[in-house]
Design a binder for this molecule. Structure first.
Ligand SMILES: [Zn+2]
Ligand SMILES: [Zn+2]
Length: 609
């Protein structure tokens, strides 16, 4: 790949690698801001830098902190608030709270694989004087909690190195970093960091830089226009989010400013469920005329107790069939115990089955380490009868991609069990990590078209007591809003489709985590979803730990439009590997000739012995 750089003034050069690196120079010496990637060295050679005095990182993300070998004796400075995510990354990788039951996304797992030594930490108004340049630090959270902006005064100019606050005029690099809790955990905080981002950009604006230099993105010479356009687009995108969001049902007080908006979907009234249904915890139960029970999900031991109580009270005889709606912990935590007590068949959608039978292979929001036995994995439209009911299973990528839906017909009603995918206020898409893809025939578009076709009398959500339905007009309104979202979110990102900026698993290692032993050869798959309308070339290379003294050759493949490609690597675990525990294997990606750096990771767990 050709390296490029531009001089913004005599002593300030920007290297345009997969991120922008600021090179402040004084003769042959330099101070670097956000150095990352191997191509930087070529630029340093070309502009005659032989000594690096100091390095500054704006935030901890691995894609802008890795790949450039740190010169000996250089000072390395980082935001004080993120110091731990440079010097003790093992405390992240080895803490199970950052692996299971994930309801928070800060810090993000886009974190260095191995710790680095840090010499300086920065807080608000820290001043760094280096040669003729002076740098002042602004704390500018948003993209990460501890991100900083470096205001650089050099050659009579003032420039702001803004990290990943803004990508270009009106654009951000991605939005999953902005997933942030407002009143609850990050899980219910779609675009929840946008106010923080706004305040940070206003702070940058007040310091009057002539130029913004983003880590990812395009150098901006009109900061006001760039920032104003971003606010305008973010506001529009958020409005299109709120307009059909189920979050309005769960957390009405977050949305008081949107109440009564005539271009938002009105919240439906619920209706009573048929009396052969029971609802407790996240579980729905259907009781047949012969008193057999059909159970959906088992999130807690209380559900088991209540079922046993119903048996004691003779309200039901046996549980004779069990369906799992999706992989979230509040639906599967107690399934192993449930399966020991009730010896019925367990059925789920095959995409859900992949996660709940092997959760180690996935890193997803709300994921549970509980392992479920699946007796029958269904594909779209599989149908069977259970007593007086006909049941039809569907893949139903609503609340999460890994989700099924179940149509149950009988006794004069047709009931759609949507898992957690709908409420009376609309669609349950509040966590970008759940992979709510936009586009025709995927995500909620697929779900709504199915509901439109099946036209059930009752729709059920696992967390909501009343049943409900949607009118044809409401379904069309939701479909229209989704296609408007597909456009406006695409405008928000530098990508040619919104899903690249919204779905952080468009590149994903499979398995995400696996146990390994010394000397064995293991398989590591990298799955890449091409959301574009054209074929895309992907070049992938896992980065092995430095002391393994081994490099893996990259593999290149072409992925068809709107489909997922899979690249397989064979990796030998060296006999001399002395690191016990979790070993992080970053994966470097070049996609459509655009280098993304160490974009994703897999985990190898090496056990003693
Ligand atoms: Zn970043
Ligand atoms: Zn859920």
């Amino acid at each position: 790949m050709k390296t490029k750089y531009t001089f913004l003034s005599e002593n300030l050069c920007i290297h345009h690698g997969h991120v922008n690196t600021g090179i402040l120079r004084d003769g042959q010496r330099a101070l670097l801001i956000d150095p990352s990637g191997t191509s930087l060295q070529t630029t340093l050679n070309e502009v005659g830098i032989t000594q690096i005095d100091q390095i500054i990182f704006t935030h901890h993300h691995r894609d802008s902190t890795s790949g450039f070998p740190f010169p000996e004796n250089a000072k390395i400075g980082v935001p004080k608030a993120e110091e731990q995510w440079f010097t003790n990354v093992e405390s992240f990788w080895n803490d199970s709270k950052y692996r299971w039951h994930l309801y928070n996304c800060h810090p993000h797992n886009l974190m260095l694989a191995e710790s680095i030594p840090v010499t300086d930490t920065y807080t608000e108004a820290t001043k760094i004087n280096w040669c003729s340049a002076s740098i002042s630090v602004l704390e500018t959270p948003g993209h990460t909690d501890g991100s900083i902006t470096c205001l650089v005064d050099i050659d009579g100019k003032r420039l702001a190195f803004t990290g990943d606050l803004i990508y270009d005029q009106g654009k951000i690099w991605e939005l999953y970093s902005l997933q942030k809790g407002q009143q609850t955990t990050d899980y219910h905080g779609f675009l929840g960091a946008r106010d923080e981002l706004r305040e940070s950009l206003e702070k940058v604006r007040r310091s009057s830089p002539s130029t913004l230099v983003p880590t990812h993105g395009v150098v901006m010479h009109n900061p006001d226009a760039a920032i104003d356009k971003l606010f305008e687009q973010l506001d529009y995108c958020y409005d299109k989010y709120v307009s059909i969001s189920a979050l309005r049902h769960y957390f009405p007080n977050i949305f008081t400013e949107f109440e009564g908006k005539s271009d938002h979907m009105e919240i439906r009234e619920g209706k009573p469920p048929p009396d052969f249904l029971q609802h407790f915890g996240t579980t729905w139960m259907i009781i047949s005329e012969n008193r057999e029970a059909f159970v959906m999900d088992c999130g807690s031991p209380n559900v088991i107790k209540q079922i046993q109580q119903m048996q004691e009270d003779n309200e039901i005889s046996e549980v004779t069939l069990f369906w799992v709606t999706h992989y979230h912990d509040d639906h599967v935590n107690a399934i192993p115990e449930f399966q020991e007590i009730f010896s019925c068949e367990t059925i789920t959608d095959s995409v859900v089955a992949d996660v709940i039978t092997d959760p180690l292979a996935y890193r997803l929001p709300c994921i549970s380490p509980a392992i479920t036995r699946v007796d029958r994995a269904t594909t779209d439209g599989d149908s069977w009868t259970w007593n007086e009911f006909k049941m039809t299973a569907y893949h139903f990528p609503g609340q999460t991609y890994y989700h099924g839906g179940l149509l149950v017909e009988g006794l004069g009603v047709s009931m759609f069990f949507s898992g957690d995918s709908f409420t009376m206020a609309g669609i349950d898409d509040y966590c970008s990590g759940n992979r709510n893809l936009l586009g025709d025939g995927v995500g909620y578009n697929q779900c709504l078209r199915l509901i439109q076709k099946l036209n059930p009398t009752h729709i059920f959500n696992c967390h909501v007591d009343p049943a409900f339905d949607f009118s044809e007009e409401e379904i069309i309104f939701m479909l229209d809003t989704l296609s408007e979202r597909e456009k406006c979110y695409t405008d928000l990102f530098p990508w040619d489709h919104a899903n690249y900026g919204m779905d952080d698993q468009w590149v994903r290692c499979n398995p995400y985590e696996q146990e390994v032993i010394r000397g064995e050869t293991v398989q590591l798959g990298v799955e890449i979803t091409n959301h574009s309308n054209q074929p895309r070339k992907a070049n992938v290379r896992p980065i092995l730990p430095s002391n393994w003294k081994e490099d893996i050759d990259p593999i290149e493949t072409t992925i068809h439009p709107k489909s997922t490609g899979n690249i397989q690597f064979s990796i030998q675990i060296p006999q001399h590997c002395d690191k016990i525990g979790r070993i992080v294997i970053p994966v470097e990606i070049i996609y459509n000739d655009m280098s993304l750096g160490q974009f994703r990771e897999a985990i190898f767990v090496l056990n003693e012995g």
